[in-house]
Design a protein around this ligand. Sequence first.
Ligand code: PRP
Ligand code: ZN
Length: 301
Amino acid sequence: MTSKWKRSERVQIAVQKSGRLTEHSLALLTRCGLRLTQGADELLAVAENMPVDVLLVRDDEIPGLVREGACDLGIVGLNVAEEQRLGLESGQPAPGSIRSLAFGDCRLAMAYPRDGEAQKVSDLEGLRIASSYPRLTGRFLTESGVNAEVVPFSGAVELAPRLGRAEAICDLVSSGKTLAANQLREGETVLESRATLLLSPVELPAARKDWVDLLRRRMDGVMQAREAKYIMLHAPRAALPVIAELLPGSEAPTIMPLEGREDRVAVHAVCRESVFWETLEALKDAGASSVLVLPVEKMLE
Ligand code: PRP
Ligand code: ZN
């Protein structure tokens, strides 16, 4: 194995072992340039080309590992990070959530049995709510001015009402299929969540900090490139001001002459915002032709 780097230099990143964030998290790291090889036990993926180890762990272990400095970075849902943050004693440093990662969108929401006595939070006075997010649930109830008992559950929360353990639940919802399959109706949103990058509050040795900073910059680049598009088109010279206005989030387009054409030019631009069909249609109406939209693979600013 690579011994080019000292142990103290190696960055440890915690990622969910198997679940909704796993595939996207590993894909993001790959797009940041890591060549990962997975160990036989599959709990550790070692980068061949950089001093980085990826630890595959249960998602609720990630905030703790990052807080204690066992891992320098972690990728986890905001729901998990927030639940754990609420459990810290005052003054205990929390891992900083330093970047939203634009995948793993879901929400923590209240849900009520379709035929149950409670259908909204104000109906829950004196009743029981099952959740694997007891602290976020408790905070939501307090903020709603409702006195109710939170029953901590570690799995299969959606079965709690049927088991007679609660009159409502508070759980993660993504597609809503799990709720529907259990005759539950989604209610109030408690927290909007997506994957987030956590940074350890523990101070790092200088060499490792440089690698952490490099990874952070590359993640920024990957996130920006996701939205960015490269547009090429031909346009009447006279329409250039209108066309430049229409290009979403681009600064200075490149204008090039077209061989044998005095009246038309080629325009190339990097658009930093999503390019929708409507934009292309508006460009065409302004006189553009041969419009091409290309994905941007990488971006460094
Ligand atoms: C969540 C939640 C539901 C399911 C909802 O579990 O607890 O079981 O996803 O998704 P749906 O709305 O698309 O049906 P998660 O995948 O986070 O696993 P975990 O709670 O075991 O970590
Ligand atoms: Zn779950």
